[in-house]
Design a binder for this molecule. Structure first.
Ligand code: FAD
Length: 521
């Protein structure tokens, strides 16, 4: 429930005027390490599936990318580096949900919330009198929109710099190698290969009417300049948890309702418990094992009925934010006519090389299924294009994709949870754990909540998973990602000198703990 991971509310396009003028670039020679020496499309295979090979040939483009989110725009740049003639078709703003209505604006708002909480909770200890602080959430929203605009322009410039032709409008497949674009740059696009990266949309249960005022999804919340007095967030996944923290810090009385028996379903149980405890301490009410049943948007309040075990209960609030998941943006894409198969949940089915059931069409990012994360979308985009270009590269390992939640305390994880590791490896699992309360830098910064937990193979000492809750978790996880990529053991992490005083010492100490030789505990 509530993962970063859509429902098409039929929203209008936004800020089409932000696009630069369509740009037809001349042929470029690839800059990367000589993998391809010529941009001649006919010289290399693009997609190779089931023995079928395709080349750019006489098509207008070697590759047409639909969607300029982190999956599509990154794939387009990589394809241009490889010498392909590339077009990107986008119906709204470059950057997709991530830059415009997801990762980036939420992180801007979370930074504001973190600042407020730091001053309130820690200010006095550092001699800062915070009695006179006033909060203007509208200005925080304005700032988040400016940040999104700036990064959106950055993506536009990158596409231009890489001589990628930008086509403004909504694309629909009209064949295996062709698209019809409607909108400002209405035209037909022919390409040897098509990469679909149309992402996902907010999903709400049937019969829920989102009005943008009292019933919202993350999309409306990111433009809403006011903080309600009582807010109910339905879904305690990443999106729900981040908004709960922001709104609670800016003064709302927040209740989070979750169907599963833990916040952040899918996270290591111990980490979820620690986050839940901290949220309760902050005054956020957490209702677990509670299923949303129905909503009544009445005159004086919004009433939500939910069931817990066999009992039906009701809560009345000023605003309800649905963060119950996302659905793939497949509407009016012409998938069925083109023969592109979907999985049982409606996401586009792809093989290990990101090819769909139609060998000239690949799909990446949210459209191709979980995890619905920007970095997964980008890496899939790069991989899909590299496979098309015939490069030899390792496939993307789902267990090496980190997940981060940016509320305070932050949460980050990668790989197997302890429960998953025990289910797979039985007793051959070791746990290394270290609390931030024993890390000098965390104590100095007065950020002592949380811990680092490493799930380790008892046989080889290889790290199977890492779970961090606490300040800095979303940055710290990168060290473990690299360690896992290099198949490092906890003995090797323990031999790595970590600077003092840093929060990264918690990872070092967790590795020592897994080796049975903690130093500072
Ligand atoms: C509130 C929120 C916070 C999030 N925070 C994070 C986070 O912190 N970290 C993280 O990793 N992920 C986060 N995510 C998830 C992340 O935003 C997505 O995983 C990511 O944007 C997916 O990238 P994508 O390229 O697949 O699709 P999108 O970013 O959705 O981009 C798809 C693009 O395709 C365009 N498009 C769609 N259909 C057509 C068409 N027919 N023709 C032309 N263009 C079309 C759309 O306009 C859009 O620009 C968050 C999501 C939300 C909602």
């Amino acid at each position: 429930m509530g993962s970063f991971g859509g429902g098409d509310q039929g929203k209008p396009s936004h800020h089409l005027s932000d696009w630069g003028s369509p740009h037809e670039g001349p042929a470029v020679t690839p800059k990367i390490g000589g993998q391809l020496s010529s941009r001649s499309a006919a010289a290399f295979p693009i997609c190779d599936r089931g023995g079928e090979r395709f080349v750019g040939g006489q098509s207008q483009f070697d590759l047409a990318v639909v969607g300029a989110g982190p999956g599509g725009y990154v794939a387009a740049i990589r394809a241009a580096q490889l010498g392909l003639r590339v077009a990107v078709i986008e119906s709204e703003r470059p950057g997709g949900v991530c830059l415009n209505w997801g990762c980036i604006p939420t992180k801007s708002l979370l930074t504001g919330a973190e600042l407020v909480e730091s001053l309130r909770e820690r200010g006095a200890a550092f001699g800062i009198n915070t009695g006179g602080i006033t909060l203007d959430y509208g200005r925080a929203i304005d700032h988040s929109r400016r940040v999104a605009d700036r990064l959106c322009q950055g993506v536009q410039s990158l596409l231009k710099k890489n001589r990628i032709e930008m086509v403004r409008g909504r694309a629909r497949l009209s064949g295996r190698t062709s698209l019809e674009v409607s909108g400002p740059d209405a035209r037909s696009v022919e390409a040897a290969h098509i990469l679909l990266a149309t992402g996902s949309r907010e999903w709400v249960p049937p019969d829920v009417a989102v009005d943008g005022k009292r019933v919202l999804t993350s999309r409306e919340a990111l433009e809403s300049r006011t903080v309600p007095d009582r807010l109910l967030i339905i879904g305690a996944g990443a999106v729900g948890i981040e908004f709960a923290y922001v709104y609670a810090t800016y003064g709302a009385r927040v209740t989070v309702l979750e169907m599963a028996d833990q916040v952040l379903p899918g996270a290591d149980a111990e980490v979820s418990k620690a986050l839940e405890k901290e949220f309760r301490r902050k005054g956020i009410e957490v209702l677990l094992g509670c299923r949303f049943e129905k909503i009544d948007n009445g005159r004086d309040a919004v009433r939500v009925e939910y069931s817990r075990a066999d009992r039906s209960e009701e809560i009345a609030v000023d605003q309800v934010l649905f963060a119950v998941g996302r659905r793939p943006a497949t509407d009016a894409l012409g998938l069925e006519a083109a023969g592109v198969a979907l999985d049982e949940r409606g996401f586009v089915s792809v093989d290990g090389r990101h090819c769909t059931s139609v060998s000239t069409i690949a799909a990446v990012g949210d459209l191709a299924g979980a995890p619905l994360l920007a970095h997964k979308a980008s890496e899939e985009g790069v991989a899909a294009v590299e496979y098309m270009a015939g490069l030899d590269r390792p496939p993307l390992d789902p267990l090496r994709i980190p997940a981060c939640i940016y509320a305070q305390p932050q949460v980050a994880w990668i790989g197997l949870t302890e429960a998953q590791a025990r289910a797979q490896h039985g007793d051959a699992v070791r746990i290394g754990k270290f609390p931030f309360s024993a890390v000098g830098k965390a104590v100095a910064a007065d950020h002592t909540a949380g811990f680092v937990k490493l799930v380790v193979s008892a046989e080889f000492g290889e790290i199977l998973g890492a779970h961090i809750v606490g300040a800095g978790a979303t940055e710290l996880i990168a060290e473990v990602s690299l360690a896992m990529q290099l198949e490092a053991t906890t003995a090797e992490v323990a031999h790595t000198v970590h600077a003092h005083p840093t929060l990264s010492e918690a990872i070092w100490e967790a590795a020592l703990s897994a080796e049975g030789r903690s130093l500072n505990r």
